[in-house]
Write a protein of this length. Structure first.
Length: 336
């Protein structure tokens, strides 16, 4: 039986606004695009962290889609950028890689002898039009996540998933499987800048936890000081709308400086100091639903083997993110 994208409304996870206005695979609602920057609006069409989850007894899964034009990255494999990861009963099965900018129809062969739970991660850094998903018989809802509400990750390219070798290895997706929790990935490559319009949208999501993992996209000289202007108001908006929801503040990891910019690390340290200062202010106010992580304990200047280019995490780097962040999230969420 074939299911159109509208038929899949109950089976698509990671898109808070999906089906409320339209059935596009957009991480922000289409109606918000006019008030967002052109780059954020475009990156919102990349379904990073989005999953199709269902149960079925079938000998295969057919996926039909059209891949839209994609940018090519020097350090990003085509599987990592455009691939679809299939997990069966929460275990990795295979990655299917569509041709760039082309129609794609794939029959994913699976064990048809009994019912399994399937999860398909959609591409991290590519826009697409999902036409249909097909199985032998019918699909059923996957078991509910153990954590009732989604965890929201807001950040930059690393949060979005650069440069994991495949979509399921971006650190929010690893955490999703480890915690058995829905996630909403709001990482925007080069554009995790905490604009008021973005803060308004992020803070409207009914979440179990907010992970503030941004700052690295405000390190250029013309943007010096913008982080200090935006971080407190962003946090305040989240707190006012969700006073009982925990927040994790992850400060900036190590970023290799541009060779000609001798003041780059000074600006990075100011961003790290501001993140810590805001967290400490909250602790002094008695906020017990907030946590802080020093990003350089995830990837520091001596950890560049954890990166693909001195900055963006490779698979090893993303596992380092999980090693540090997962225990803090468990504590905030009160799970073992």
């Amino acid at each position: 039986m074939d299911y159109s994208i509208k038929d899949l409304k109950s089976y698509i996870h990671g898109l808070y606004w999906f089906g409320k206005e339209d059935f596009e695979l957009n991480r922000f609602p289409s109606s918000a695009f006019p008030r967002l920057s052109k780059d954020v609006a475009f990156l919102s069409t990349n379904p990073a962290g989005v999953r199709i989850r269902f149960r079925a007894k079938t000998s295969g899964i057919g996926v039909e889609l059209e891949m839209r034009p994609t940018q090519k990255y020097d350090h990003f494999s085509r599987a990592g950028q455009c691939g679809l990861d299939l997990y069966i009963d929460n275990k990795y099965h295979h990655t299917y890689v569509p041709p760039r900018d082309e129609y794609f129809l794939s029959w994913m062969e699976v064990d048809g002898s009994r019912e399994h739970e399937y999860m398909i991660y959609l591409p991290t850094y590519a826009s697409l039009h999902l036409i249909s998903v097909g199985v032998d018989n019918t699909i059923l809802a996957a078991k509910p996540y153990a954590i009732k509400k989604p965890i929201v990750f807001y950040g930059s390219s690393i949060t979005q998933g650069a440069y994991a070798s495949r979509p399921g290895l971006a650190y929010p997706s690893i955490i999703e499987r480890a915690l058995d929790a829905d996630i909403i990935n709001l990482g925007f490559s080069g554009n995790g800048k905490g604009e008021p319009e973005v803060a308004d949208l992020v803070s409207r999501i009914d979440a179990s936890c907010f992970v503030m993992d941004w700052g690295g996209n405000l390190t250029s000289p013309p943007e010096a000081g913008l982080f200090e202007q935006r971080y407190r108001p962003f946090l305040k908006m989240v707190k006012e709308r969700h006073p009982d929801t925990p927040i994790l503040c992850n400060s900036l990891q190590w970023i290799d400086p541009p060779q000609a910019d001798s003041h780059f690390q000074t600006r990075c340290e100011k961003i790290r100091s501001e993140t810590r200062a805001v967290y400490e202010e909250e602790i002094k106010k008695g906020n017990q639903r907030i946590a802080f992580i020093d990003g350089k304990k995830i990837i520091g200047p001596d950890d560049k083997d954890c990166t693909a280019d001195g900055t963006h995490a490779n698979d090893l780097g993303f596992h380092r993110y999980v090693e540090v962040i997962l225990p803090v999230l468990k504590s905030l969420l009160g799970v073992s």
